[in-house]
Design a protein around this ligand. Structure first.
Ligand SMILES: [Zn+2]
Length: 482
């Protein structure tokens, strides 16, 4: 296995094609005995996994939010600092927001994790997906990776800080939210629109980052700091049609096919930003020589077409370099013996955050260059703008802790080609970083898939990493860094 497959691990929300580990494959390093804090964290994790939070008639994010709220109240958090909040017409989609009071020196830090999970059917799984199963060094269950591990870690660590009497310089805010995986009541969007003051922060720590293992050893640690922008465009061609025994030159299906073929041939220009530049610089340290050389060359000169060509041989790097658009759905015609009156295609674009959807639409129109093809679909442009660099205080703390806990490996800022809730916060002006200290081999967690799993060692490592990281960035001496 080479690093070339590692990008799949960078976005926890991306479903992978890798299914369960081979039977009997053990994950090394699970602790043989647990501290009382680890026992407490495991119990929270188990409680969360065993509450079904799928977006269907059975699942309820509210139940999980209530269960966590009860723990905070029992630990002595004031009622006003433990709030369930969400749309009034969505009784199963209530989010939990907890405030951990600091000394008021600086804006709060937001700890974000989503409580909802992707559907898991008992018939598809060898074990009950809504039971936390620990076996051969693995935790199995829906959400053990995405995202109930981070949810449990944040809850456990806040309760531990409270027990230890720690008072941070600034407030910490925990938000455990609904509908990240789908559904119409996204908790982060709702909180931004309705309860902004409750979650307003200097920056947020979220899923989407984490460590990559090669042969069970840490290879690098990533901080997710940007995401490409999702946009669907519809290509439509209409025609008067007619009898198929008398074909004409104008034909809706041929026009559409020709337009799609032009899109296929077209490559958007390279666009680097404050995240992808350091991504390629740092990744060059662990990548094979030919790709490493191309990475250094593209950072030095984004117009180096030879370097771009080399990197583009890997679809994941190709997608990091630029906006991509690809045909994903097709429809057309109404009868086998009639000239088509309509033909439509969906073209899915993942837009570099330095570009706008309206600009991409204009490029597609220019590339297609055919007035018979109508392109629709750019919603309002998002306002993310160019991603900024990783917050210096968070980067420094992550680098120090990574070295101490996982050895001398690079910390790599990344831009996800898929999406998490991070983009919603960034769009609202709250910089958001995916960092977790949770390590896995590429694809092995199978998030969204069958037998979702997480190394037991990685759970306790992530717990310890986030405990220290949050203490460092919010703790005495940390203070706000502008
Ligand atoms: Zn997730």
């Amino acid at each position: 296995m080479s690093f070339r497959y590692s990008l799949f691990a960078l976005t926890l929300c991306v479903a992978t094609r890798v299914d369960a580990q081979l039977p009997g494959a053990k994950a090394p390093g699970a602790p043989t005995s647990l501290t009382s804090d680890q026992v407490a964290a495991r119990a929270i994790y188990k409680e969360l996994v065993e509450i079904n939070t799928v977006d269907d008639s059975i699942g309820s994010v509210t139940k999980a939010a209530q269960a966590m709220a009860a723990r905070f109240r029992a630990a002595g958090f004031p009622e006003a600092d433990v709030q369930l909040a969400g749309p009034a017409n969505a009784p199963t989609k209530q989010n939990l927001v907890v405030r951990y009071r600091g000394k008021g020196n600086g804006k709060p830090i937001l700890l974000l994790a989503h409580l909802d999970v992707v559907q898991a059917l008992r018939a598809d799984w060898p074990r009950d997906p809504f039971q936390l199963v620990e076996e051969d060094g693995w935790f199995f269950g829906r959400g053990v990776s995405d995202d109930k591990s981070m949810s449990a870690m944040f809850v456990a660590n806040l309760l531990r800080y409270k027990k230890e009497g720690w008072v941070p310089e600034r407030d910490l805010i925990l938000a455990l939210t609904a509908d990240e995986e789908g559904g119409s009541q996204n908790g982060v969007s709702w909180l931004i629109a309705n309860k902004r003051a409750l979650i307003d922060a200097e920056y947020a720590i979220n899923e989407g980052g984490g460590g990559t293992l090669l042969d069970d050893k840490p290879l690098f640690h990533s901080i997710q700091a940007a995401e490409k922008v999702y946009e669907d465009f519809t290509f439509t061609v209409r025609n008067t049609g007619g009898h198929s025994s008398v074909p004409r030159k104008d034909n809706a299906i041929y026009s559409l096919a020709s337009a799609l073929s032009k899109v296929q041939q077209f490559t958007f220009p390279v666009e680097l930003n404050d995240i992808t530049r350091p991504f390629f610089e740092q990744t060059a340290k662990v990548e094979m020589p030919s790709l490493a050389a191309a990475m250094r060359a593209i950072v030095a000169n984004p117009r180096d077409t030879a370097a771009a060509r080399v990197l583009s041989t890997d679809p994941r790097y190709a997608s990091m370099l630029r906006t991509t658009c690809v045909a994903t759905m097709l429809g057309g015609g109404h009868a086998p013996n009639a000239l088509p009156q309509t033909a439509t295609a969906n073209v899915n674009c993942r837009i570099a955050p330095t570009s706008k959807a309206s600009q991409v639409k204009a490029v597609l129109e220019r590339v297609v260059n055919d007035t018979a093809v109508v392109i629709t679909g750019a919603r309002a442009d998002r306002t993310d703008g160019a991603p900024g660099p990783v917050h210096p205080q968070l980067l420094r703390a992550t680098e120090q802790l990574t070295r101490r806990m996982f050895g001398d490996i690079p910390v790599i800022p990344t831009m996800s080609t898929g999406a998490t809730d991070g983009y919603r916060l960034r769009n609202a002006g709250i910089p958001t970083f995916g960092v977790s200290g949770i390590f896995s081999a590429p694809g092995e967690t199978n998030a969204h898939g069958r037998n979702e799993k997480l190394r037991v060692k990685s759970f306790y490592d992530g717990l310890a990493f986030l405990y220290e990281l949050v203490k460092q960035v919010a703790g005495p001496g940390a203070g706000p860094v502008s």
